[in-house]
Each structure stands twice: as structure tokens, then as C-alpha cells.
Design a protein around this ligand. Structure first.
Ligand SMILES: *Cc1c(COP(=O)(O)O)cnc(C)c1O
Length: 470
């Protein structure tokens, strides 16, 4: 890699008058745009030749880290491998050449894919019907809550405006409820992150008739299975509320347990987590919503056509390539890998809630707090060893949260390598704490000032110039 180019902005490579293209000769004469439609001054654009542009962006792309580069144990986000067969299927011209406004008799195959994917999701979740329209997990939550709201309204039960959300929930849960025009009531968690049933009982006694739904994530944010679900769902249903399952991370459940069987009425799934479609910058995503029988008539139109159809193809290809038997291994293997890492590291990292976890778990930083090496330091040092950092400082239940999710895809060798490096970092924290505190050392950019970046973000070149001039 060409290190001289690192850190250069495309603007800094600019040379006045340099061009990367030449327009064909003008054969039509000039047309002057009206002054009202013209810029007052020229746009600030870099002037570069084609090869400089290609090298610049190719070198930048080489700095990117993804599941195709290395281990990416990001808790709460299931960064699993995106099998290449998925891409091949989505790229088939019979799919990629479709237009959503084509006559329906020419799009039967595409519709069949959507129907078959929905059927598979029904079977995997125990629910009755799915819509593929939502574009993301949070969009799915909103869609699901809209279903719930319409259901209550259809019964003339307009007073149900409260959504119960555990304090450990993903931030999108209360946000989606608010966007849906509903109000949020928080229910406390016990120290192990599971819902406090006694606190819920008190809430329901007070607000029962106003409760539209309760949202739950299972396994919860600590990767622990909510054992009280049979009791919880019964309590909520008895006061007339519905149960919403945040199935963004369905990984540990695949083949092991089904939300429909647990008594949930509505759920969303992130295809870009559990169903191996690209995630984050590699998106777009999809957040299909499933419902119990009878609720499908309340599906709203939250996107045109079938949502992100190419994502649906990838997810269906994934389900087919695993097959009915192997899909049942996903949850158990993800669970095994997480527990293996946890057990191999819990003597040097603080495990606040012991016991069997599901697909992920949370450490509360290094065990030896006296050294002053933080979770942030450990995460930064991991970059030096070529690993993506786990999720840090979430969930908020602990001060030094370090949330690890390996997924079922990783080999024992990869996982052992990660364990060895995590132990080595714990060692370094003792013998050479400065080395860890000042990490990363091997990345193009060293330790950045997060606070300054958040408080004073520089997002344009013009702003950078203005800052430098000061
Ligand atoms: C990722 C996630 C979401 C949100 O999904 P997006 O596609 O990012 O909108 C919601 N809930 C949980 C538990 C998640 O992990």
C-alpha cells in the first residue's frame, strides 16, 4: 500500500487546471443559464487527473475493514459472512434487469421469491404472515407498531397509546414508538439484564388499559435468554396489550426456538444481520415484519413495491443454501462460539453476569481495574492486531461494556487467534500499559480525539480551510 497517499484528501491532491476528462467538441452552440439559476461563485471541486483519482479511492478502499478482511465480533449487530452465492443470485440479469412497473405477468418469478422468503420466515418464526416492505430494522419496528396501533383502533380501543420498553432495549425501540405517535413507559431490568417481572406487574396494574404493546428483545442485550417470557406474555395479553419481538438479531434462535411459539404477536427481522445480507456501509438492509394470524390485514404501505428486493433474493439464497437441516445449526453454533470465547477469557476480563449466554455476551472491561486501561484502549489495541473491535460502551448497564459476538461462521482457529490476542492485550495492559493506552499504532490514523470530533465535526474541505486559517 502506498503510505504517502494516506491522510491526503482528494482536495489536497488537486492541481489547478488538471483534468480527468475531456468533453466532446461542442456542436450545438452555447446556452446561458439564467443568472438566478447560477452559482454566485464556482463550486469548490478538486482538479485531478484520472489516475490520481483511481489511486486515491483504491487506496482508501484498501483501508476499509469488513467481514471479507477479517474477524468482526461486533456485539448486537451480527456481522456474519455474506456468502458470495447470494451476490451471484442477486446479480442474475433476470432479477437485476427487472423494473417494478413491468406488467405483473412478466414478474412472476420475482414475486415467487418474495412469497417463498415470507413462507420460510413464517416457518422459522412461527408467525402467520410477513411483509418485506420495511427497509431496515428500525423501519420494521415502526411498521410493526403501526400494525399494533391499527389493530387497537379497529376494535375502537383508541386509548391504548403506551408501549412498554425494557430499559436495556436497543435505542431504536423507544424511538420507533415515539415516531409512531405512541408513548413509552420504561420497565426496569434485573441486574442480569432480564425484565423485572415484579416491576412489570406494577406497571400493568397502573396502566393496563392504556397499554398498546410491550417490546422485547430475546435473547436480551446481554445475550441472555428471557426465561420469564411465558409469564410476561400472559400478563401483557391479559390486560389487552400485544407482544412485539425485536428480532433484529435472530441468530441464536434459528433452529432453536420461535417467537410465535413464545406468544409474540408482531416482530421484525433484520435480513442484514441474521440472514447474511450485507450490513452497514455494504447495505442496504431490510427489516421484514411478521404477524400472528388476523393481523396481516393491518400491514401499512411503508415503501413502494416489495421493499429492497435484491436483499430478499440474497436472504432467500442463504436460506436455500443452508437447507432445512443446517439452518437448525446456526443458533446452536453461534451460541457455542460465544460461550467458548467467554469461558476462555473470563479469568482476565470482568464477566459481570456469569452463566450460559446465547450468541453474544458482555465483559465489563479488564478484570484488573487498578491499571487504568479501559475498554476503549483494549478496542483500539485490537485494531493493531487486525481485528475489528467488539461493540464498546453498550449496553449502558456497565461502565466498561465490551460486547462480543462471534457468529457461527468463524473457524476454531480464527476464534483461538482472537482469544490469544485478547489475552495478550490483557498482558500488555499489565506490563506496558502505555502501549495499550496509546493504541492503535499500526493503522493509517492513530488515536483520534472522539470528543473533539463529536463537538466540532469538520465535514467539508471549506470548513477545514477556514479552521486552518484561524
Ligand atoms: C440493529 C438493531 C436494530 C435496528 O436495526 P437497523 O437495521 O439498524 O435499523 C434494532 N434492534 C436491535 C436489537 C438491533 O440489534
Amino acid at each position: 500500500m502506498n503510505n504517502r497517499l494516506y491522510g491526503n484528501l482528494i482536495f489536497e491532491l488537486s492541481q489547478e487546471g488538471r483534468r480527468g476528462y475531456s468533453l466532446p467538441k461542442n456542436r450545438f452552440g452555447n446556452y446561458e443559464l439564467p443568472a438566478s439559476m447560477r452559482r454566485a461563485e464556482d463550486a469548490l471541486l478538486p482538479e485531478c487527473d484520472e489516475m490520481t483519482v483511481v489511486r486515491h479511492y483504491t487506496n482508501l478502499s484498501a483501508n476499509n475493514f469488513g467481514v471479507d478482511n477479517g474477524f468482526y465480533p461486533l456485539g448486537s449487530c451480527t456481522m456474519k459472512y455474506n456468502p458470495k452465492i447470494n451476490e451471484e443470485m442477486a446479480a442474475l440479469p433476470q432479477f437485476s434487469g427487472l423494473h417494478p412497473l413491468q406488467p405483473t405477468e412478466t414478474t412472476r418469478g420475482a414475486e415467487a421469491i418474495c412469497t417463498l422468503l415470507c413462507k420460510s420466515l413464517c416457518e422459522l418464526t412461527g408467525l402467520h404472515a410477513f411483509t418485506l416492505k420495511p427497509f431496515a430494522g428500525a423501519h420494521g419496528e415502526l411498521t410493526g407498531l403501526m400494525v399494533i396501533k391499527k389493530y387497537h383502533e379497529s376494535r375502537g380501543d383508541e386509548s391504548r397509546r403506551l408501549v412498554i420498553v425494557p430499559d436495556s432495549a436497543h435505542g431504536t425501540n423507544p424511538a420507533s414508538a415515539a415516531v409512531c405517535g405512541l408513548e413509552i413507559v420504561e420497565v426496569k431490568s434485573l441486574p442480569d439484564g432480564t425484565v423485572d417481572v415484579e416491576a412489570l406487574k406494577t406497571l400493568l396494574a397502573e396502566y393496563g388499559a392504556q397499554v398498546a404493546a410491550m417490546m422485547m428483545t430475546n435473547p436480551n442485550t446481554l445475550g441472555l435468554f428471557e426465561r420469564q417470557i411465558p409469564v410476561i406474555q400472559k400478563m401483557v395479553h391479559e390486560v389487552g396489550g400485544l407482544m412485539y419481538y425485536d428480532g433484529a438479531n435472530l441468530n441464536p434462535m434459528l433452529g432453536a426456538a420461535r417467537p410465535g411459539d413464545m406468544g409474540f404477536d408482531v416482530m421484525h427481522i433484520n435480513l442484514h444481520k441474521t440472514f447474511s445480507t450485507p450490513h452497514g456501509g455494504g447495505g442496504p438492509g431490510a427489516g421484514p415484519v411478521g404477524v400472528r394470524k388476523g393481523l396481516e390485514t393491518f400491514f401499512p404501505h411503508v415503501s413502494p413495491y416489495h421493499g429492497n428486493f435484491a436483499v430478499a433474493i440474497r436472504a432467500y439464497a442463504y436460506i436455500l443454501s443452508l437447507g432445512r437441516e443446517n439452518v437448525k445449526l446456526v443458533g446452536p453454533l453461534a451460541t457455542l462460539n460465544a460461550n467458548y470465547i467467554k469461558e476462555c477469557l473470563k479469568d482476565v476480563y470482568e464477566l459481570p453476569v456469569d452463566g450460559l449466554c446465547k450468541h453474544e455476551f458482555v465483559f465489563d472491561g479488564l478484570k484488573d481495574k487498578s491499571i487504568g486501561v479501559t475498554t476503549m484502549d483494549v478496542a483500539k489495541r485490537l485494531l493493531d492486531y487486525g481485528y475489528h473491535a467488539p461493540t464498546i460502551y453498550f449496553p449502558l448497564l456497565f461502565h466498561e461494556s465490551l460486547m462480543i459476538e462471534p457468529t457461527e461462521n468463524e473457524s476454531k482457529e480464527t476464534i483461538d487467534g482472537f482469544i490469544q490476542v485478547m489475552r495478550q492485550i490483557a498482558d500488555e495492559a499489565k506490563t506496558n500499559p502505555e502501549l495499550v493506552k496509546s493504541a492503535p499504532h499500526n493503522t493509517p490514523i492513530g488515536r483520534v480525539d472522539d470528543v473533539l470530533a463529536a463537538k466540532h465535526p469538520i465535514t467539508t474541505y471549506r470548513q477545514l480551510l477556514a479552521d486552518q486559517a484561524q
